[in-house]
Each structure stands twice: as C-alpha cells, then as structure tokens.
Design a protein around this ligand. Structure first.
Ligand SMILES: Nc1ncnc2c1ncn2[C@@H]1O[C@H](COP(=O)(O)OP(=O)(O)O)[C@@H](O)[C@H]1O
Ligand SMILES: [Mg+2]
Length: 383
C-alpha cells in the first residue's frame, strides 16, 4: 500500500467496524478475528509512527479494543452455540444531561497547533473564521456562527492535524469519536450513542468551547454505512443532532470538524450541515519546503543539502510521504552505524541520501485521484 499511515488507519477502522457487524450477527468468532486484526494494525501504527497526531488516542483505543476482545473471548467460552440474543445488557451511561464521558469518546488533546502544520493557510483561515473568532469575540457574531467544517483531500495531507489544532487554537475541549465504538452491535444502540455524544458535548459546551472531531467520517456516515448492521439510523440521528444545534444552540460553542479522504461517499443531506467544506490538497512548493525545514530541524544535514531544490523534486508527494522520505534518508545513516558495529554517531545526511530514497519511492497519491478531488471541489467545495 502506498501510504502506510493511511493504510493502517483505514484498515484498522474497517476491521473494527467489521467486528461490530459480526458481533451484531452473533458471529463472535469472526468478531474476534476482526478485532484482533484491528488491534494489530493500530499497534503497528503507534509503534512505527509514535509522533502520529492521534498516537495517544490510538493507544487508548487499543486498550479499549483489548478489553472488548476479552469480553468476546469470554462470551465464546460461555455460550459457544447460543446466538446471544437474549442477553441482558448493562448500559454504562445514564440519562442525558449527565456529564459522564461515553466510552466511544476520547478526550486527550494532542499538543498540535497551526505552527506544527506546514502550509494550508486557507484551511487555517477557514478554521479561524468558523471556530477561533466566534470563541474569542462572540459579540461580533450577532447572527450566530457555523457549526461544521468538513476537511477533505488525499490521505496524508494534514487533515487530522488540522482537526486537533482547531481545538487547540480555540482553547476548546477536544472530543475524538471512535467510529467502531459508536456503532453498536445492538440495533438502535448506535443511534442512542450519537444522542449521548451530543448530549455530553452540549453539557460540556455550557462551560467551555468544544470541538467534536470525526476522522474518516465517510466510514461512519457514508452511503456504505449500511454495511454495519444496517445503521442508517446513526446517520439520521447525527443529522438531527446537527440541526438541533443549528436551531437552538445559537450562542453555544460546539463545533464539529469532520475529515474525509473520500468525500464523494458523503451524501448531500450530510454535506448541507457542513457549511464549510475545505479542500486540503497536496502541499505546494512553499509548504513542502516549510515541511522539510520542520522535519529536518532536529537532524544534522550536510552542506550540500539544498532544501529548496528538494522541495522542487518532491512535487506530487504528500506531507506524510515527505515525512517518510526524511525518515528513510536519516535511516541510511543510522544503518551505517550498525553496519560498522553500532558504535559512534551517524554521519551528516547528504543530498545523495535524499535522492536515493526518492528514486525508490513514488508519490502515494496519483494524478487521477487528484483530479477526482478537484472535480468534487468544483461541485461541493464551500469555503
Ligand atoms: N501539512 C503538514 N504539516 C506537517 N506535517 C504534515 C502535514 N501533512 C502531513 N503531515 C505529516 O503526515 C502525517 C499524517 O498527517 P495527517 O494529519 O494524519 O493526514 P491526513 O489526516 O490528511 O491523512 C502527520 O503525522 C505529519 O507527520
Ligand atoms: Mg488522518
């Protein structure tokens, strides 16, 4: 797979959702297999990308999935043949209005601000206008403010980083929603979970600004969500909650930031609730250079390394590709240390190292896909 981070995230989410579906069908064995796979992929992700924007959240998610795994193993042991339909479930959270964190919501706020994100000035500006300014000066917004921003574009371009930074820039509480946990094996329960999410968020928003972040929202609310236990109702409940926010909560600072690599999977009813739809494209030359400077600031570069030239050569590569390329170039020098017995310090990284890596590595996003985003933008983009 061309973009390793996006691949690991996307597949982990797919397997976790498949586990929910299997469990809802009473197929605990397949639920186990899928959940194990999801855990494995998330573990790979946090191991290989410890600085991933959501690393701390994914670590917590791994813990949750593991508990769930034990729960499933227990079920398989106790009732190998039964369908499980007649079990009594204990619902952990209570009636609305109570300020308890539902299990599918995580509240860590990774420490990422706009300064950590290269380029994307238009997206930062959109976030400032929709979230940061109304939080800072609500008096300047007598007509209220928008609630939803959709960030869409190719994988690895900084959408997740922007979502987190939005909360930090506005000094808001950050609520990360896990798609697989909000969908439930119980028909109707997913819908209730959405209700609880919003009820919790509304409560919090009376005290502090709140940003709900939904990553890869298409997996949850796209046309294809019928794949997960027929829960079209989750989507409808979501739309209803968003309408409620727009109608009745005019002066409350509750915002939804959603990210998607596949915006064409989202339907128009959903899109209408997101008044701002911001394209997050591949980095331009300036952003690539900025990113290179950020990524190499802690590394030792040889005199011949020309970041400007390198930024030119990296045309077509995503931010996440560029991060990997810098890492791989550095690894050449580390490998040499180990080849000579693991002693001493790595040598300076040279332009040749970068070129060596580049020659072996194609951009993870191809032109046909870029055209697809551009076409979608001309129809549905709303800045
Ligand atoms: N504009 C950017 N500025 C800084 N880092 C970036 C940028 N775009 C991508 N990255 C790097 O790529 C990784 C993945 O970014 P992410 O925000 O998860 O992308 P997306 O959500 O669009 O798939 C980040 O951890 C970061 O290292
Ligand atoms: Mg992402």
């Amino acid at each position: 797979m061309s973009n390793p981070i996006a691949y690991l995230e996307g597949s982990a989410r797919k397997y976790a959702l498949a586990a929910v579906k299997s469990e809802s069908e009473g197929d605990y064995e397949n639920a186990l297999i899928n959940l194990r796979k999801a855990i494995e992929l998330l573990e790979d992700l946090v191991k290989n990308y410890p600085d991933h924007p959501l690393a701390s959240i994914y670590r917590r998610l791994i813990g949750q999935y593991k508990r769930k795994l034990r729960d499933l193993e227990e079920k398989l042991r106790l009732e190998p043949a039964s369908s499980g339909d007649d079990e009594v479930i204990v619902v952990e959270t209570k009636s609305s209005g109570e300020e308890k964190l539902p299990p599918y919501v995580m509240r860590e706020k990774p420490n990422i601000t706009f300064n950590d994100i290269a380029g994307l000035e238009h997206a930062k500006e959109a976030i400032r206008e929709v979230i940061v300014y109304p939080v800072k000066r609500p008096d300047l917004f007598p007509l209220g403010w928008h609630r939803g921003i959709l960030l869409y574009g190719p994988p690895g371009t900084g959408k997740t980083m922007l979502g987190i930074a939005a909360a930090n820039e506005a000094n808001a509480e950050f609520l990360y929603v896990d798609a697989a946990s909000i969908m439930s094996k119980w028909l109707g329960e997913g819908e209730k979970n959405v209700k609880r999410l919003f009820s919790y968020a509304r409560d919090r928003a009376l005290k502090t600004p709140v940003v709900i972040f939904i990553d890869e929202v298409d997996a949850l609310l796209g046309y294809h969500n019928a794949e997960v236990g027929g829960e079209v109702r989750v989507r409808n409940q979501f739309l209803k909650e968003m309408d409620g926010m727009l109608d009745k909560m005019l002066r409350v600072h509750l915002y939804i930031v959603a990210a998607s690599n596949k915006p064409w999977r989202l339907d128009e009813a959903f899109l209408r609730r997101f008044q701002k739809r911001v394209y997050v494209p591949l980095p331009d030359k300036r952003a690539r250079k900025q990113l290179l400077e950020m990524l190499t600031s802690k590394l030792k570069l040889g005199d011949d390394v020309d970041l400007d030239r390198l930024a030119e050569l990296l045309d077509g590569y995503s931010g996440s590709d560029i991060r990997d390329i810098v890492q791989d170039a550095y690894m050449i020098t580390v490998r040499e240390v180990f080849e000579r017995g693991g002693v001493g310090e790595p040598r300076l990284i040279t332009m040749r190292d970068f070129i060596t890596v580049l020659e072996k590595r194609k951009p993870s996003v191809d032109q046909a896909l870029i055209s697809k985003y551009e076409e979608w933008t001309s129809k549905y983009g709303a800045v």
